[in-house]
Every structure is written in C-alpha cells, then in structure tokens.
Design a protein around this ligand. Sequence first.
Ligand code: 6MZ
Length: 336
Amino acid sequence: MDFYRKLPKIELHAHLNGSLSNATLAELREHKYGKEVQLGTNDGFYKILNGETLSLEECFKKFHYAHDLTDRREALELATQRVIEDFARDNVIYLELRTTPKSTAHMPKREYLSTVLDVIRKSSELHPEIVVKLLPSIDRSKGIVEAEESVGLAIELDALYPGLMVGFDLSGNPFGTKFADFVPALQRARSHGFRMALHCGEFDDVQEVKEMFDFGMDRIGHGTFIEGENLEFAKKSRIPFECCPTSNVKCKTVPSYEEHHFYKLLKMKQPVCVCTDDFGVFETSLSQELEICAKTFNLSDDEMIELQQNTIEYTFANDQEKHKLRETLRKFKESR
Ligand code: 6MZ
C-alpha cells in the first residue's frame, strides 16, 4: 500500500456527495442534528457508520443521507473542504471533482455552485499540493429544465471563477430518460468551452452509446457496456475511459475485479484511467483502486507510474498545469 499512497495520483471521476467519508458524514450529522440524536441500530445511517454490509440500495441511500446533510451553505463548505483534504491526504495531486448544482430548502442553486467554487478557490492556498477543478454535473433523473438551468448558471459563474470549471458531467440514474433530450443543454455548455465527461454505457444500451458518440465527448464515464462497433469507434477516436473498479463491482455492473474492462482496454492500448467514483459510498480510495488493479492484473510499479503519467494527458488542465504534473511524476520516478 505504501507505494500506492506515495505515488502522486490523478483523479478524474469523483462525485462530491459520494465522496464523503464516514467521518465526514458523522461530522455533518452532528452539525445538523446535534450530538443528542441517538442512532437506532435499524437506522441505515447507523449501519453506514458502523461499516455493516450494505445492499446496493443501502449504498445508494448514502447519496440521500449526504444530500440531506449538505443542504446548507456551511455544511456544503465543510463537505467540500473535507473531500479535498481526503484526496490530498491520499496524495492526489490533481482532482476533477464533479457535483450536481441543486437548490435545497436552505440554498438556491446559484449559492450551491458558488459555495463549492469558493472552497475550491480557497483550497489553492490551503492545499497547494493539489490542483482542484470542478465539473458541474447534469443529473439525468432531474430532467431537462434543471439541466438547462445548471448550464446557464455555470456559464454565468465562469466569468466570476475563471479557470475553475473545466467541463460538464452527465450522470445520475439514466433509466427512464433519453440522452437526446439533454443534447441542447450539453451543446450549449460545449459551445461555451466546457469539455464533456459523460457517463456512457454504464448500462446496456447500444443505441444510446451510438447517439452519445455521434454527439461526441472528451472522456467516457465507466463505459462498462461499450462493445463491438461502439468499442471500435472509441478506439479509433482514442476517447479515454474513466474506470471505477470497486464502484462497478459493488454495483454489480461488472461481475468481479478480474473481469473488469480496465484490463481489456489497457491491453488494446486504449486511453484509460482509474478513478474512485464515490469513495465514501464504496469505501475506497484512489490508492486502493490502483493497488487492486495492479494486484488483479499483475502490473508493475513502473506500469502504475506510467498509468498516472498517461492520465495527465486526459485531464482538462491547461498546458502549464499539465507541465507541472508531468514534472511531479518525473521526479517521483527518478527518486525511486
Ligand atoms: C451515475 C452517479 C453515480 O452530484 O450530489 N452519481 N451517477 N452512476 C453512478 N455510479 C455509481 N455515482 C454518483 O453526487 C452524487 C450524485 O452523483 C451521481 C448521482 O446523480 C448522485 O446523486 P453530487 O455531488
């Protein structure tokens, strides 16, 4: 584990509210509900904090608990700080964090987004060892009006927080929604200059993947069910895949680590990176995900360093930032 912790790492697929550790959730819960509120042993929150085995449904409840606990400005600030601290502690040197701008009972959507951006801006002083960027997310389950609003807001706030928002994410529960409905909003975001990191092929729908490739994207989120002609297209276009092994295994979209498509992609020389997705929900870290990949597929330390070096090229960072990241990895390699 020591090698993976020390390895300077690049994280490109992490949802803010899925990346709250149990300690952060407990801290936020105390802030909102106070110490005196007792946890009952049937309470899902109790189970989460005590690490009991969770069903997938219970795993997804973590989003619901997290959203309840981050519905005020101060709490969202704290949550964002803790996530950045946790990644920095794991020696992540570049993080593209994503979150869905939302209005809550205590905060309009604009305040949600500006709060996260304020914390990210401040983090460059508090944690100069990690560069943090934001990808606002469109949650498919929330519909197209919310999507349009989020894009409008991101374009507006981009002028106030230049360089912090580098792309857009399309995520959320895709069932019962049509990708085509989100194209106008995504197109507007792209025309503004935001790069596209879209959840694509997370479930088996060949036609939708094709439609998404027709639209185009800069990175593929998961890409679990991309096969045949679609895989050929991804290969020809050299679109990087963001692979999240533990998330996929725990959500049962991939049967086991051994069968994870990460290795198939790596062997066919497809651009690919390893990410956590929701390290709080899936109780992992980027170091752990990399160690799992190395051990499962028998990859050497040098190959894991190379994987991080290649990942720099798939970031939405600017040239100067990429240059710095390359230098950090080069020095790490030389110092061994
Ligand atoms: C699709 C996911 C996801 O945005 O509130 N999210 N969407 N597939 C996944 N695989 C497991 N994991 C997380 O973070 C939580 C939100 O991220 C999306 C969902 O929309 C979830 O509600 P934010 O910070």
